[in-house]
Design a binder for this molecule. Structure first.
Ligand code: SPV
Ligand code: MG
Length: 290
C-alpha cells in the first residue's frame, strides 16, 4: 500500500490525523515513537535548522534531500511543505515528480508569490497570486501525480494576508474546483475564532487542514466538533521543543561551570544508542566482521 493510501485510510478511519513537524530523521523517529499519524516536512523547521528565515531561502534540493533521509528512517507518511511550489506551474510539475519519487504522501502548496514571506511574522509582507494562476498550479500538480492517492493540498494565505473570510472562502472554493484534495486554511490570530468561523462557513466539497501554531487552544476535541477539519499539522513544535531543551541545557552548563548537574536531566547516551539502533550494529558486527 502506498504511503498516500495509508494517509487517506487513516484519515477516513480516525476522522482527524495528527501530523508532527520533522526537521531531521531523529525528530521523525521521535514523532513516530510518540504516536503521530504522519510527518510534516516543514519549511519553517528546516529553515530554522539552517539558522535561516523561512523566506524561500532554502532550496528545493535541500528540502528534498532532508525529506529523503527522513523517509529512509520512518514508516510514517510525509506531508511535504513545498511552499509556493518553487515558482510557477512548470516548477510545480517538476516539484511534484521529484517529491512523489522521494516517497512523499502529500504536498501542501500555498497561494503566495515566490519568494514567500513566512506566515507568522508580525507585519509580514504577504502577496497572494491571482486565483486563476494558483488554480493553474493546483491543476498542474493534480495532472502530474502518478499515484491517484497522492494528496494535493492547496493552502490559502488569505487570512494571513488580512484579506478576510470571504476572500479565503472564495479562494478555497476555486482551489477545490481546480482539483485540490484538501484546503489548508492558515491563520496567525492568537484566538482560534477566525479558524472556527472559517470552518463553519466552509461548504466546499473537500475537507480542511489546519496548522494551530498561533492559536494553540484549538485542541483535538474542539477541532473534531467543527466536523470538516481532517488534518492538523503541528507546524513548529519540533524545532521549538528542541530549542527549549538545548537553550536550557547549554545555559546551565555555562552557569554551573560543567556538566555535573545537567547530565541527570537529559537522556543518557544509551537512549541515543537505542535511537541509532546500536543493537543491530552490534549484531552485524558479530555476524559479518571477520
Ligand atoms: C511550516 O511549518 O513551515 C509552515 C507552518 O508552513 S507556518 O510556519 O506556521 O507557516
Ligand atoms: Mg511552511
Amino acid at each position: 500500500m502506498s504511503k498516500a493510501k495509508q494517509l487517506r485510510d487513516r484519515m477516513a478511519e480516525r476522522g482527524l490525523v495528527h501530523i508532527m513537524a520533522a526537521h531531521s530523521p531523529l525528530s521523525a523517529i521521535l514523532a513516530e515513537e510518540a504516536g503521530f499519524d504522519g510527518l510534516w516536512a516543514s519549511g519553517f523547521e528546516l529553515s530554522a535548522l539552517y539558522g535561516l528565515a523561512d523566506m524561500s531561502l532554502i532550496t528545493m534540493t535541500q528540502h528534498l534531500d532532508m525529506l529523503r533521509v527522513i523517509a529512509g528512517q520512518s514508516s510514517l507518511p510525509i506531508v511535504a511543505d513545498i511552499d509556493t511550489g518553487y515558482g510557477n506551474a512548470l516548477n510545480v510539475i517538476h516539484a511534484i515528480r521529484e517529491y512523489e519519487k522521494a516517497g512523499t504522501a502529500a504536498v501542501v502548496i500555498e497561494d503566495k508569490t515566490f519568494p514567500k514571506v513566512t506566515s507568522l511574522a508580525a507585519d509580514g509582507r504577504q502577496e497572494l497570486l491571482r486565483i486563476e494562476e494558483f488554480q493553474g498550479k493546483i491543476e498542474a500538480a493534480v495532472s502530474v501525480r502518478n499515484d491517484p492517492d497522492f494528496l494535493v493540498i492547496a493552502r490559502t494565505e488569505a487570512l494571513i494576508a488580512g484579506l478576510g473570510e470571504e476572500e479565503a472562502l472564495k479562494r478555497g472554493m476555486a482551489y477545490a474546483e481546480a482539483g485540490a484534495d484538501m484546503i489548508l486554511i492558515h491563520s496567525k490570530k492568537k484566538d482560534p475564532a477566525e479558524i472556527e468561523s472559517f470552518s463553519r462557513a466552509w461548504k466546499g466539497p473537500v475537507p480542511l487542514t489546519i496548522v494551530p501554531n498561533a492559536y494553540p487552544e484549538l485542541d483535538a476535541t474542539r477541532i473534531r466538533a467543527l466536523g470538516n477539519i481532517k488534518m492538523t499539522i503541528y507546524g513548529n513544535y519540533g524545532i521549538r521543543a528542541a530549542t527549549t531543551a538545548m537553550q536550557d541545557a547549554f545555559r546551565r552548563i555555562i552557569a554551573d561551570g560543567g556538566v555535573q548537574n545537567v547530565h541527570k536531566d537529559i537522556v543518557p547516551v544509551e537512549e541515543i544508542f537505542r535511537l541509532q539502533k546500536m543493537d543491530q550494529v552490534k549484531a552485524d558486527e558479530k555476524r559479518f566482521l571477520r
